[in-house]
Ligand binder design. Structure first.
Ligand SMILES: [Zn+2]
Ligand SMILES: [Zn+2]
Length: 319
């Protein structure tokens, strides 16, 4: 029961759903208006790119189910180390627009510097986008620092621009191997479905990122990838980062009156993960809103010294 297929939604469904969630955030915390306004502008661009990618053709990938199954069985995410051709022109257009929106907001000059570095080809968009798809934090950081750019912001814009493509890829490669949300349809079978069923790691089976948070629907603690929005469930209730399930692993609700919003903290590895009860899994890219809605949980965890660990690194296909 590891991989869960989350249906995608068109813009005219996503935007009203997003607006409803943003209104609720603002009703509770009006001081978040600038953050909500910025997120709205960024997500509109991401949704536009998502539509373009869904309407276009994905590259043909030579990733047979049996090959992927063997890879997953070794604990290596499906996309790790694969040479995947990116639609660089399409993604770069959105990348520049994202920098523009960030520049118009609080990020100002710092985002403008990134935009001009890409425009003037001092920062190669293709390499940046590829490093983001490969989840190569080291390469992006080094490249940014070398050019006098803010590494965290470079990471963020690249992640936003590549996210829709990564999301489309994971859906493509795992298609037919999921636990169908519609019980009337036939369940996935074959080696890939089995391998996904047995995936019991806290990092994403598609791209290797850590979850942004867990959405709990009907008692199912579903991890949601912070990058490609893959949804998967573990068979064990343990720390997603180190597997600790004993005393050092604690789940707590920082607000006594909101037991539906919790943080899992682990004194073994110092990591934390947010967990929220919800009626349905958020479709891509609305997971970003779930993250914003639960910012207070991040604060509570960080105040107690917990942090999200760095990205894991995976060996390429040849090794
Ligand atoms: Zn992922
Ligand atoms: Zn841990």
């Amino acid at each position: 029961m590891a991989y869960i297929f989350v249906p995608s939604a068109p813009r005219d469904v996503l935007l009203p759903a997003a607006d409803e969630r943003w209104s609720a955030v603002l009703a509770a915390r009006p001081e978040l208006r600038p953050a909500v306004e910025l997120q709205r502008r960024l997500l509109e661009l991401v949704i536009g790119l998502h539509e373009t990618i869904e309407g276009g053709r994905l590259p043909r990938l030579s990733l047979p189910p049996r090959y992927l199954a063997a890879k997953l069985a070794r604990g290596v995410p499906a996309l790790a180390g694969e040479p995947i051709p990116l639609p660089v022109a399409v993604l770069t257009r959105t990348l520049l627009l994202l920098c523009g929106e960030l520049a118009a907001s609080g990020a100002g000059e710092v985002a403008d510097h990134i935009r001009s570095a890409i425009d003037e080809r001092r920062l190669d968009a293709g390499s940046l986008l590829l490093a983001s798809l490969s989840r190569d934090q080291g390469a992006i950081r080094t490249g940014a620092v070398h050019r006098g750019l803010a590494p965290d912001l470079v990471w963020l814009v690249a992640e936003l621009a590549v996210g829709p493509f990564a999301h489309a890829l994971q859906r493509r490669i795992f298609a037919g191997a999921s636990r169908p949300s519609d019980p009337a349809s036939s369940p996935g079978d074959g080696p890939l479905a089995d391998a996904l069923h047995q995936w019991d790691h806290g990092y994403c089976p598609a791209c290797g990122s850590w979850p942004a948070l867990a959405e709990v629907v009907d008692g199912h603690r579903t991890l949601r990838c912070s990058f490609c929005a893959t949804a998967w469930e573990l068979t064990t209730y343990a720390c997603v980062y180190c597997g600790e399930d004993g005393e050092p692993f604690v789940t707590a609700a920082p607000n006594e009156e909101r037991k539906d919003r919790r943080v899992e903290v682990c004194s073994g590895c110092g990591g934390y993960m947010k967990t929220v009860d919800t009626v349905a899994l958020s479709p891509f890219p609305l997971l970003a809103i779930a993250d914003l809605e639960t910012m207070d949980l991040d604060m509570a965890a960080m105040e107690h010294g917990y942090a999200k660990p760095a990205m894991r690194e995976f060996k390429s296909r040849s090794s």
